[in-house]
Design a protein around this ligand. Structure first.
Ligand code: SF4
Ligand code: SF4
Length: 281
């Protein structure tokens, strides 16, 4: 089963839930898709494993062949090319690597070039839940798009066992790339007005993608906003699969890179409910 863990904003406890689920399910694989700031490795401390560079296609220009006709800029749907005088400018951060400019260039002045965007790493955890396999990625600083790296990480997965995908925060393309192909999405939220607002955004994206979803309330304190989240979930027909109680002791241990076994029973209960709610594809 592939379970993705998402939330509308950072800091709600996605990684906490992902690591608790991993600790409660020996043999599972964690995929940390927060490639701009991966942090699962800090807790799992994987031993030395595989590492490979990921590249994307980007156009490369031969200025000697270019006559400045502007055809490439005309076909670029993403405005990544501009002509100034007779000179072509490429705005790398806008390029989607579609290859249209290569096909469109009459004198064949544009060719395909592989550009490194980051690395994908894989190894076995040595801490907190020894034996858990961790796959994570590290996006090169300044690289404009995380989605190709996330797709490459998911391609390295052996199609076996339970897979826990820790998604990047927000609801942008990288989150969509991370949740794609999930059997179930766990939406982690906090019982606060901001938490509920961002839960609504994330739930909207997951609904559009047609992925069954449930909610885990992190830092649950049984207060009025717990009730507000529960009311909202009831209204939307989204089940609450777990509540991780607010605990200062847990927060201290987490800050020291330890995952308290105190909530393993809650995590096992979430797995149990996932088995019933999940619409395995
Ligand atoms: S289509 Fe080719 S020749 Fe024309 S401006 Fe673009 S790169 Fe230059
Ligand atoms: S590869 Fe596609 S997106 Fe990139 S510059 Fe060429 S036409 Fe534009």
């Amino acid at each position: 089963m592939i379970v993705s863990i998402a939330s509308g904003k950072g800091g709600t406890g996605k990684t906490t839930v992902a690591l608790l689920l991993a600790a409660a399910r020996p043999g599972a694989t964690v995929v940390d898709c927060d490639v701009e700031e991966p942090n699962c490795h800090l807790f799992l401390q994987p031993g030395r494993g595989e590492e490979r560079q990921v590249t994307v296609m980007r156009p490369s220009l031969n200025t000697e062949l270019c006559d400045g006709c502007g055809r490439c800029a005309e076909v670029c749907l993403f405005n990544a090319l501009a002509i100034t005088g007779k000179k072509v400018l490429l705005f790398d951060e806008l390029c989607h690597g579609c290859g249209g400019c290569i096909l469109a260039c009459p004198p064949k002045a544009v060719s395909e070039a592989a550009k490194p965007i980051g690395v994908v790493r894989a190894g076995a955890a040595t801490r907190n839940s020894a034996g858990t396999k961790l796959i994570d990625g590290l996006l090169d600083v300044g690289s404009p798009t995380a989605s190709p790296l996330i797709k490459a990480m998911k391609e390295t997965l052996a199609a076996q066992g339970d897979i826990i995908v820790d998604c990047p925060p927000g609801t942008a393309c990288s989150m969509v790339a991370a949740v794609a192909d999930s059997d179930f999405c766990l939406l982690v939220t906090e019982p606060t007005p901001f938490g509920l607002h961002d839960l609504g955004l994330a739930a909207g994206v997951i609904k559009l993608l047609g992925i069954p979803a449930g909610v885990v309330i992190n830092k649950s304190d049984g207060g009025a906003w717990d009730d507000a989240v529960a009311d909202w979930c009831a209204q939307e027909g989204i089940p609450i699969l777990g509540r991780i109680p607010h605990s200062e002791a847990f927060a201290h241990e987490y800050a020291e890179g330890r995952i308290s076994p105190e909530y393993l029973a809650d995590a096992r209960a979430i797995w149990g409910k996932l088995g019933r709610e999940g619409d395995c594809r």
